[in-house]
Design a protein around this ligand. Structure first.
Ligand SMILES: [Fe+2]
Ligand SMILES: [Fe+2]
Length: 170
């Protein structure tokens, strides 16, 4: 048995499926704006199905640890994405004079930092089991705890653009 080869295949399957899920969500949104709700639904259905494939491949890869380890890994990865990847993307957008990409990268970096803080906080209070409500900005992805803010601190979107994760189903 060639485990290395299989692991590479599993990784490729997981990454390919993960990309497909996002691409299909964008296709669905486009179909909605073009007035094809049934096609939009089909794209979302296939995305849900691809997510099953990707998840199965990732689980076989056994890359996850205990919840405490996963929180720590999540914290590190969010910090790295914010401080290394997005910082570089922002520089590239600045050099290119692309304001739209710069705004997207800057807001994403700021939100990634809040993800890191949320993980850190969860790590520090793992056993407390405190119930938290989360409100997510549909414009920039900012996550607010317990209340939906009047305006998004990252992108300035109004409260109506926040959805309550507990009641979220799409
Ligand atoms: Fe993140
Ligand atoms: Fe926002």
């Amino acid at each position: 048995m060639n485990n290395k080869k299989i692991d590479e295949a599993l990784k490729e399957a997981y990454e390919g499926e993960a990309k497909a899920v996002l691409k299909l969500k964008v296709y669905a949104a486009k179909a909605d704006t073009e007035g094809y709700p049934e096609i939009a639904k089909l794209f979302r259905v296939v995305a849900a199905s691809e997510a099953v494939h990707g998840t199965r491949a990732l689980m076989l890869l056994r890359e996850s640890g205990t919840t405490e380890e996963n929180l720590a890994a999540g914290f590190e990865s969010e910090e790295k994405v914010a401080r290394v990847s997005y910082e570089r993307f922002i520089q590239e957008a600045l050099e290119d004079g692309n304001r739209t990409a710069e705004l997207l990268f800057t807001q994403s970096r700021d939100v990634e930092e809040t993800h890191a803080r949320l993980y850190k906080k969860a790590l520090d209070s793992m056993v407390s089991g405190r119930e938290t409500s989360y409100f997510i900005c549909e414009v920039c992805g900012y996550v607010s705890e317990d209340v939906s803010p009047e305006t998004c601190p990252v992108c300035g979107a109004k409260r109506e653009r926040f959805y309550d994760f507990d009641n979220f189903c799409r």
